[in-house]
Write a protein that binds this ligand. Structure first.
Ligand code: DPX
Ligand code: MG
Length: 558
């Protein structure tokens, strides 16, 4: 056997379509990294720390469908676990691979570096089990193929992260070669009887109602059912709304599109389209406290049909064993038209008039200029903060994508995620909106964008604090130490990169900076936009009050 455990893993990762994997080196994973390098179909990409490594992989998975990150034991893996939690929350198959102690040290009473200083090395695997859909420890080459295949197959099927740890002396051990990948990827057969019953019940639901509206949720991407949702919208002719976290998951130029439904902070007309309909067809939604605006806008009950990736609930019955794509296709083929909710007219976003070029820059003018930059080829990554609200209300041209991390909501996610996304999809234009507070968590990953000549345009929104928190509950803890954000680009270039740092204090300066950014094709451009501390969208203010009220509910008595 001339193959090794590490090469087996490398081949499998390349077979599932990875052209890159992300890594931070450490002595428990060096042999593994050597083995991965032998597969020339994949490039090894280094990150500044393991949190960023995990989020870079998460962003890569958004563009590419799956990703892998390789870290060292405990000191590396425990940092990466936060990003793995994010991948779980956001339904992304990120495979985290940790180097692990030499197989001879397990169960011997030896104390090893980078560990808790105790002699049981099972704790990391135990922790990983809580935040992944599959987790395995490889301490012998013989069972490596089965464990690697199990982890990869489960991650891709569940659209959730998975975990592998590989003993450092096993990564280079002789192993068989992997065969074809198709058998690993074939989906479980759906249940035809269940599908038929669900479609019949759904048809009855629609026929009994004079007006219906579709509401598209964020898990529709993991379900791979975006095209099927469009087909159903075409057949029904009804109004279609998206949830905030599903921004860009339904084409905004579709004749039925009526904007985003987000309770009180919906786009004009969208709240009426959903709450005034006799039936709401919810596609893969996540109704958490943020999405329901502090539990004030939660479609449920008899007038809601809930379509999830593998189940449909309608008329008080849950039908399991269904593939959402089959269900939507079948329903579209047989349904009657229900266009009452779409008669109100097309979706238009309120237009902000351009500000005077010399006036101090404000949030509305900044958002207007960023919105004007979007093309069908743009991927806009928007960080937790007011960037959510700014991005969600932008009108997207067909093909533009928005990446949000609304379920996990880890500030700092967006910088490494945009890096990973840009690496996976270099043919697209990458735009990032990130607040000052968020940026300070993961800023150093901009250096990797410079290292790989990625022309990401970064709008660094310097409003001198955690403005979203200011709107929910203010205090001194919401102030952020100022940095010279634009000045950082020279630090990261270190005389050998094409990063560009610019400052915009007026609308005119921002327009000029955007022009320079577009011309800088060989590296990222960071435009520091200076705003007042309390200058934000009205939606954030309204939403913030609701969320604060939900947080402040007193404990139940008894
Ligand atoms: C926190 C949030 O500057 O954006 O637009 O000014 O709000 P805005 P910034 O990036 O500030 C972000 C800040 C502190 N959330 O307002 S949303 C709490 C939080 C979190 N994630 C982690 N720690 C704390 N979401 C890792
Ligand atoms: Mg801020």
């Amino acid at each position: 056997m001339t193959y090794t455990v590490g090469r087996y893993l490398a081949d499998r990762l390349a077979q599932i379509g990875l052209k890159h994997h992300f890594a931070v080196a450490g002595d428990y994973n060096l042999v593994l990294l050597d083995q991965l390098l032998l597969n020339t179909d994949m490039q090894q990409i280094y990150c500044s720390n393991e949190l960023n490594c995990g989020f870079s992989a998460e962003g890569y998975a958004r563009a590419n469908g799956a990703a892998a990150a390789i870290v060292t034991f405990s000191v590396g893996a425990l940092s990466a676990f936060n990003a793995l939690g994010g991948a779980y929350a956001e339904n992304l198959p990120v495979i985290l691979i940790s180097g692990a102690p030499n197989a001879n040290d397990h169960g011997t009473g030896h104390i090893l570096h980078h560990t808790l200083g105790t002699t049981d090395y099972g704790y990391q695997l135990e922790m990983a089990r809580h935040i992944t859909c599959a987790a395995e420890s490889i301490v012998s080459a013989e069972d490596a193929p089965a464990k690697i295949d199990h982890v990869i197959r489960t991650a891709l099927r569940e659209k959730k992260p998975a975990y592998l740890e590989i003993a450092c002396n096993v990564a280079g051990a002789p192993c068989v070669r992997p065969g074809g990948i198709d058998a690993l990827l074939s989906p479980p057969a759906p249940d035809e009887a269940s599908l038929k019953a669900a479609v019949d019940a759904a048809l009855a639901f629609i026929e009994q109602r004079g007006s219906v509206t579709m509401l598209v949720g964020s898990r529709i991407r993991a379900a791979g059912a975006q095209a099927q949702a469009v087909a159903l919208a075409d057949a029904l002719g009804c109004a279609v709304t998206t949830m905030a976290a599903a921004k860009s998951f339904f084409p905004e130029d579709h004749p039925g599109y009526r904007g985003h439904y987000w309770g009180e902070v919906s786009s004009p007309g969208a709240q009426q389209a959903v709450e005034g309909a006799e039936g709401v067809i919810c596609l893969a939604p996540v109704f958490n406290d943020y999405a329901t605006v502090g539990w004030s806008a939660w479609p449920k009950g008899d007038n809601v049909m809930l379509v999830e990736r593998h189940a449909v609930t309608v008329g008080g019955v849950a039908y399991a064993g269904i593939d959402m794509r089959d269900f939507l296709t079948r329903l579209a083929a047989h349904t009657v038209r229900r266009d009452a909710t779409a008669r109100g007219g097309a979706y238009v976003t309120p237009q902000t008039p351009a500000a005077a070029p010399t006036a101090p820059l404000n949030n509305a003018e900044m958002a207007r200029q960023i919105g004007a930059l979007l093309t069908p080829r743009t991927t806009l990554t928007a960080e937790t903060g007011d960037s959510w609200f700014n991005a969600v209300r932008m009108k997207l041209p067909y093909g533009a994508r928005v990446e949000l991390e609304m379920q996990w909501g880890h500030i700092g996610w967006s910088v490494p995620a945009a890096f990973g996304n840009a690496l996976a999809a270099p043919e697209r234009q990458h735009v990032l909106m990130v607040g000052d507070g968020s940026f300070q968590l993961t800023a150093q990953e901009v250096a990797q964008m410079i290292r790989h000549d990625l022309p990401v345009i970064i709008f660094l929104i310097n409003n001198h604090g955690y403005t979203i928190e200011v709107m929910i509950h203010d205090g001194p803890y919401n102030n952020v130490k100022n940095w010279d954000y634009a000045g950082l680009m020279e630090v990261f270039n270190a005389g050998e990169g094409n990063g560009l740092g610019l400052r915009a204090r007026t609308g005119g300066e921002l327009a000029a900076a955007i022009e320079q950014a577009r011309a800088n094709r060989n590296g990222p451009t960071l435009i520091e936009c200076t705003l007042d501390r309390d200058d934000c969208t009205q939606e954030l203010v309204t939403w913030g009050k609701r969320v604060a009220a939900a947080n402040a509910r007193p404990p139940r008595a008894g």
